[in-house]
Design a protein around this ligand. Structure first.
Ligand code: SAH
Length: 216
């Protein structure tokens, strides 16, 4: 018998992602390599490899692993891509992205979350991620455009300030819909003809709120 290399819950974690349709090997590998238990609250470590969202500080959540894998797969990342994430939260999604692209800029409106995510990402060796305290509805001019943009908080609509930052051929993915209730994952592709829009699956995210949080 081969030696068991992973604890059973990590094997189930991978199996579940495959069973639900994640097939991109590079995405599966990133999900295998990044320890989700390092991104959840200490009290939730035992539940880190369950396929569910979990609470983190500031009343926010770390997304469900399937949704992280699915959104990542839909981005079709390449090694030289510059990626913008809105909603750093725990830093877990940023860590997964960092394995698959060139550079990640991740923006978070809570200082507490930005600081702890930065520390976790550093510890996980994700040195191509920059975490910035800021407002995803008002990203600083300059700093250029992005090959991919991923929004991990629910927006009632996708603001032009974001789509404007998408390179030609670029892909943006965001949960769009009412703050309370179910949203739809929307994928936009910047083509020569304009923005091509496709609705993917229903999801539930915490709301994207304007401005830097006044609370820590
Ligand atoms: N991607 C995260 C989960 C994000 S939860 C992870 O992997 O853990 C959504 C996050 O978006 C929350 O932390 C919330 O504070 C943040 N957020 C909401 N509105 C925002 C805005 N306008 N700009 C930046 N971050 C925002």
């Amino acid at each position: 018998m081969p030696a068991v290399q992973n604890p059973p819950e990590k094997m189930m974690f991978q199996l579940n992602l495959r069973r639900r349709g994640i097939s991109d090997q590079a995405v599966l590998r990133a999900m295998e390599e990044i320890p989700r238990d390092a991104f959840v609250a200490p009290a939730d470590r035992a539940d880190a490899y369950r396929d569910s969202a979990l609470g983190i500080a500031c009343g926010q959540t770390i997304s469900q692993p399937f949704v992280v894998a699915y959104m990542t797969e839909q981005l079709q990342l390449q090694k030289d891509h510059r990626v913008l994430e809105i909603g750093t939260g725990s830093g877990y999604q940023a860590a997964i992205l960092s394995r698959l692209c060139g550079q990640v800029l991740s923006i978070e409106r809570y200082r507490t979350l930005a600081d702890s995510a930065r520390a976790r990402l550093e510890k996980a060796g994700c040195d191509n991620v920059e975490v910035m305290l800021g407002d995803g509805f008002d990203i600083p001019a300059g700093g250029g455009d992005f090959d991919r943009i991923i929004v991990t908080a629910a927006m009632e609509q996708i603001p032009e300030s974001l789509t404007q930052r998408l390179e030609p051929g670029g892909i943006l993915i965001a949960p769009v819909g009412p703050h309370q209730g179910v949203q739809t994952l929307v994928r936009l592709v910047r083509t020569e003809a304009g923005l091509e829009r496709k609705e993917l699956v229903d999801v539930r995210f915490v709301p994207a709120l304007p401005g830097i949080a006044r609370e820590l």
